[in-house]
Design a protein around this ligand. Sequence first.
Ligand code: ATP
Length: 500
Amino acid sequence: MSNIGSENIIEIKGIKKCFDDFVAVEDFNLEVKKGEFVTFLGPSGCGKTTMLRMIAGFELPTEGHILLNGKDISILPPNKRPINTVFQRYALFPHLNVFENIAFGLKMKIVEVTYKNKSGDTIVRKEKLSRKEIREKVKRALEIVDLEGFEKRDISTLSGGQQQRIAIARAIVNEPEILLLDEPLGALDLKMRKEMQLELKSMHEKLGITFIYVTHDQEEALTMSDKVVVMSDGMIQQVGTPEEIYNEPSNVFVADFIGESNIFDGKMYGNKTVHFCGTEFKCMDDLPVGSDVDVVVRPEDVEMTTVENGQIKGTVTSVIFKGMHYDIAVQSGDNEILVKSTKSAVIGESIGLNIQPEGIHVIHSETNVNVYDGIITAVDKVSFADGEFDCNITNLFPSAKIENNHLVDQDGNKINVSGTKVTVKVPVTAPSMSDDIDAGGTNGHIISLIYKGDHYRYIVRTKSGEDVHLHDQSLWNENDYVSIIIPKDSIELSLKEEEV
Ligand code: ATP
């Protein structure tokens, strides 16, 4: 950590990357300090590699700028950037030995050498590196990756971990200012991964250069990084130190993705007082009284006690021994609460649970109401979110009524409603999902699910990118293609202000 400088080596400003109509990265802003170990963390497909490839120069941004030491490099080709990349698949040359693999780039390298001639004039010449220089550089790179003396070995005789170290040696031998690592440990088994994580961290300290690392493994990110960038759906969700993103997640996605969490729907009942799981708790966060909140409680912050002494009472439904601790599930009313404890419990036992204010993290609740731009298509139909739904439009025109399938005013004149622009509001508790794709008004893929103790919260994305937030008791899978059913009476319409 002592290697981190005060100035930025990389500044990423307003980056957007589209592949045809698909937006892979959006609104990406980040500063990376010299010598920092920064990790892009997020689920598969969230845009981590795409962002890394733009820093490397393998992809060009659709919008925005990437600055290196203050200079815009957004459209500079990869070989003109002082940046090297290590990929998950090592991409070593199988027919070359270790030395030749690492020296490959060096043999092509042209450096400027300054001489003084007989008359004392300074002459700058472009030269290749000498054999001796190459040998020394390769030797030093092998020392850094802890494979001294491996020069003559065939690539095929190396283990996966050793091959990955050679790939790293090949990247650092060029002395880049920045090393980009795209899931470099992805192909290794768990034990080797853990060893290599620590080795990479120590290599980073030895080299003193900037590392930008991509992974979907949260433990890996927490172990190695100075700064973690949590991404979802092409966008940054939070940037912080490993401690910050673990202890102070900025939204439920981060809380759910980083470590294990209990996440409940709650409401602020008073000054630093939050209500969830049927009980009032004191908390550290001071949000406005009456606001709907998401409450995050780490399982290790739930203490087991006797029924009489518990803020919450419940019944133990599962106990799993995990070596250092037990994972215990407790059912309290409709809510399931997960506890991590060094003490065990007995299935079926009634117990009490306590949570200290420091263990309760309160976040402003995400959408409780879905809001869409809609258009009335018939006297009882509204179209929004790429679909058409039954609705009740009489409240839009209070003095009108429906006669023979037409809306008529007090004098019996027909009102043409087709094409009327409306704002549509649907509470998150209203929609339901069906796997019969014709059952509902619109269709989409589940892009996110979060367990909230007594229900799951889902986001379903329609084909044009409209999101439907909804609650459901049952467990569906991410990426399931579903249809969305919304009861007519839950669709609230209001006339849209005419645009001037
Ligand atoms: P993973 O961990 O699985 O590698 P990731 O977070 O690195 O995921 P990316 O590889 O950046 O994700 O991909 C983000 C999205 O962009 C994905 O939906 C992917 O299919 C899409 N994508 C990436 N490259 C291209 C491309 N060249 N053309 C079209 N779509 C692409």
